[in-house]
Design a protein around this ligand. Structure first.
Ligand SMILES: [Zn+2]
Length: 513
């Protein structure tokens, strides 16, 4: 990402000094069109010696911020005898009640000589020698004198700032600023004007086809770290069960769609994590799994021939196996990703205990939102449906679970009359899965033959999310889930609406009264 050049526009002349220190010249400058702060100016004139400012300095307002508390914070740049002071910028807090009006790293006068020992061409030669050998740079062409204060007052020096243009090893352009001590020729520090960080890459997943990915540029490498989604990393476990490392490579094009290319599964998991984040953010206003803006890790290639995927609270991560290649393909499909991350949301909201009826509701919550995420992503290679895991099956059943007809997998329950204690939570979930399908789309429960008029999937999702986050507790059972969703429907759409009636009808159809 290219940092914008900080061009300042002088729109007022020097402000006449009028405070306690009449030797500090405050130049009224703004680079964002903000008014110059008279209060900040008088504070600098009154107390500027705290910052080491004296008659050799000129300060220029760079920007002015009024925060949500109505407090004013004004940034200034410092110039010493006309030379820019790198590291001399400071902030004036005009409403500080504790008398701490300044934030600054440099709080001393500047004792450096204005006269360089080196000539500009000697400084350029010194900068040239210090350029990174991994990149390609043309001869440094531009240099100017400055005060180097980026290490505070410990290494204050008159320096040349030398600008070199070139490319980094991976082809990224580079505009390198190198500070060279103007008396010794020592390189003090270099920084690249081309800032790396959040970038957009491309990927070819096993299940999701060609997709865009949020990635991170780190020097000459790219990493599968989604900076815009809580800096969520995707980790290659390399068939081990611990350790692992973030996917990292020299280009920002990931995977080739085959399982043989290890990054392909990383593409799917990374994509699934970002779509799940977007779904909860844009549909439910939830900022990440824990609603704190922090991303979760996705770990792929876990163990060997591992036929499962799981969420773990302790590592705040989801983990995907590659499948055994006989029954299952890599388990990184988007409905599986949405399913696993939804377990994280349940554990931070209702905390539905993972056994008996609450366990079935926990599993159903993950199937419901896994399905919602799949529809939300609208990926042409894996369009939305009410099936779970249809992309990861090789032989036998064409899906893991079917919300339209839970009994279609041969094990899941579609009606509460079939519930017995000890039923696996992945099968008792079918009761609530079918409730959700009937509420969304309408239709008939196979066991009760009762029909329901649907209210749309979008409304059903809102009702389930509100029930989960507002009304369900750790031991909510099916009957209490009926009450929780009715309460949610009443809150959202009113007690006399078709939505409230449909929620009741859908639960009745699956035998929960
Ligand atoms: Zn699950």
């Amino acid at each position: 990402m290219r940092k914008s050049l900080q061009l300042s526009v002088v729109f007022a002349a020097l402000v006449p000094a009028c405070g306690g220190n009449d030797q500090i010249a405050v130049e009224a400058v703004s680079d964002d069109g903000q008014e110059v702060s008279a209060q900040a100016v008088s504070l600098i004139q009154l107390r500027g010696e705290q910052l080491g400012l004296d008659r050799n300095d000129v300060v220029r307002q760079r920007s002015r911020l009024v925060d949500e508390l109505g407090h004013e914070h004004v940034r200034f740049e410092r110039l010493y005898r006309g030379l820019p002071v790198h590291g001399g910028d400071f902030i004036v807090h005009t409403q500080a009640r504790d008398g701490e009006n300044f934030s600054a790293m440099l709080a001393s006068s500047i004792p450096v000589s204005q006269r360089p020992t080196l000539t500009p061409s000697e400084a350029q030669a010194a900068a040239q020698k210090s350029l990174p050998s991994s990149g390609e740079y043309s001869m440094a062409a531009d240099s100017r004198l400055a005060v180097y204060a980026l290490d505070g007052d410990s290494d204050l020096a008159l320096a040349y700032e030398v600008v070199s243009h070139g490319t980094q090893a991976d082809g990224t352009p580079s505009i390198l600023h190198t500070f060279i001590d103007a008396s010794s020729g020592r390189p003090l520090r270099a920084y690249d004007e081309i800032e790396t960080g959040a970038v957009t890459g491309t990927g070819k997943g096993i299940h999701n086809g060609s997709v865009q990915l949020g990635t991170n540029q780190n020097g000459t490498k790219y990493e599968l770290i989604d900076v815009a989604h809580g800096s969520s990393p995707t980790i290659n476990m390399a068939n081990k069960t611990s350790g692992g490392s973030v996917f990292s490579q020299a280009t920002n094009a990931w995977g080739d769609g085959t399982a043989a290319n290890l990054a392909s599964a990383g593409v799917d998991a990374h994509y699934g994590a970002s779509k799940t984040w977007d779904y909860f953010k844009n549909i439910h206003g939830r900022n990440g799994i824990a609603n704190d803006g922090k991303g979760a890790q996705s770990r792929v290639h876990y163990s060997s021939k591992y036929n499962n995927a799981y969420w773990s609270d302790s590592c705040f991560c989801m983990t995907y196996g590659d499948g055994d290649g006989v029954n299952l393909r890599p388990l990184v499909a988007i409905d599986v990703a949405g399913h696993e991350m939804s377990h994280g949301i349940t554990s931070r909201t209702a905390k539905l205990v993972y056994s008996a009826e609450s366990g079935g509701l926990n599993e159903a919550t993950s199937d419901i939102f896994g399905t919602a995420v799949e529809f939300y992503a609208a990926n042409g290679s894996d369009p939305g449906d009410y099936l779970i895991g249809e992309k990861i099956m090789i032989t036998g059943k064409p899906f893991l679970r079917n919300m339209m007809d839970p009994t279609a997998d041969g094990r899941s329950l579609d009606h509460y009359s079939k519930y017995k204690s000890g039923v696996d939570v992945h099968y008792s979930s079918g009761i609530a899965n079918n409730f959700f399908y009937l509420l969304s789309e309408g239709g008939k429960n196979k066991t009760s033959a009762k029909t329901v008029t649907g209210i749309s999937r979008a409304k059903a999702e809102k009702i389930w999310y509100r029930a989960l986050t507002v009304y369900m507790t750790s031991s909510t059972n099916f009957k209490a889930a009926r009450t929780a969703t009715l309460n949610a429907a009443k809150d959202l759409y009113g007690a006399t609406g078709a939505e409230y009636a449909a929620v009741g009808n859908a639960w009745t159809a699956v035998g929960v009264n």
